[in-house]
Design a binder for this molecule. Sequence first.
Ligand code: PLP
Length: 394
Amino acid sequence: MKLSEKMQRLHTETAFEVLARAEVLRSENKPVINLGIGQPDFKTPPHVVEAAVRALRDGHHGYTPAPGILPLREAVVNDILTHREVSVHPDQIIVVPGGKVVLFFAILMFGESGAEILYPNPSFPIYQSVIEFSGARAVPIPLLEKNNFAFSADEVLNMITEKTTLIILNSPANPTGGTAPKSEIDKLVAGLREFPNVAILSDEIYSRICYDQEHVSLLAYPAIRDRLILLDGWSKTYAMTGWRLGYSVWPPELIEPAQRLAINCHSCVNTPAQFGAIAALEGSQDFVTEMNQAFLMRRDYLVKALNSIESVSCTLPNGAFYAFPNISQLGRTAEQIQNDLLNDCYVATVAGTSFGKYGEGFLRFSYAASLDNLKVAVERLQRYCNESVLRTNN
Ligand code: PLP
């Protein structure tokens, strides 16, 4: 068989490889601590599960309209009004099987040979993979530690050429936990007036997991609303990664092509899951508050503990549930350290380079894990660092 040439350009997510290796070690009874995985270690709230089960019992077994049932899209509209103070029309909402699908659709719409798409680096590896798959050139926006892993608006504006069709932004960010300051977003939006044909995809999947400053949504900027695609969903906010549910907001011009992609790709989202999604948005939000309180406590512990290790330093992440410590002083590549930690210390993390070349010298720690497990992981890392220093000195 001969696979198409574009399949050579489609890559994967190393986090899944780390997960598979961690599972093998666990099956050999090794005491693995998994800080590699990007999903909350909480269970979906029971009232959400109940709503989906009830929908199945009530006979909601058929297809729904491709963008999702109207009560769900209305619930999303109300949620956007509550959390972003922006009014959108239910027709602009397309519910999808996971936020990932939104970026796939947006990149397919704007990516082709000869086009350039700007994307953050380090970032969710699927951006670069799908951009290259589409035939477009993937142009990295460097996210640097010295800027708290936020983009520089001037730098982004300088990177735009006549070939640029789409800019992807992600705040709070995977893998750094960094957030874009409002001042940089203001500056970027002002500068984008010069480039009216460039679309923007704002990946806000971690919008509800923010600590020290409120989430700033790009949807709140009227100047770019006619070319902004918003990605958000239930996966992280309500611990629903396995439900495969996400939503998107499209500007009027892109609703029809987005619906066409949905019809060609998945027809509609799993019907009972859509009922669960309504319950998540309209029910009590205590779960979200409690989960975020747990994440905050873990973040504060982990970042302090990482900074107490001599050869490691870690900036304070403002959002998501990731810490992205600098491990460059250990004298090995991020990938070597990831493998050492997993195979010798049984701590699963993900090398910064899995998220792009600007991730060299860093490791991603997901603190979607209990405080006890985080403590053991830090002890093991401390031991590994001590041994590395001894090895270097000898
Ligand atoms: N965007 C970012 C930045 C992510 O980290 C993830 C998942 O890890 C997604 C999108 C995809 O989310 P979903 O599981 O809803 O497809």
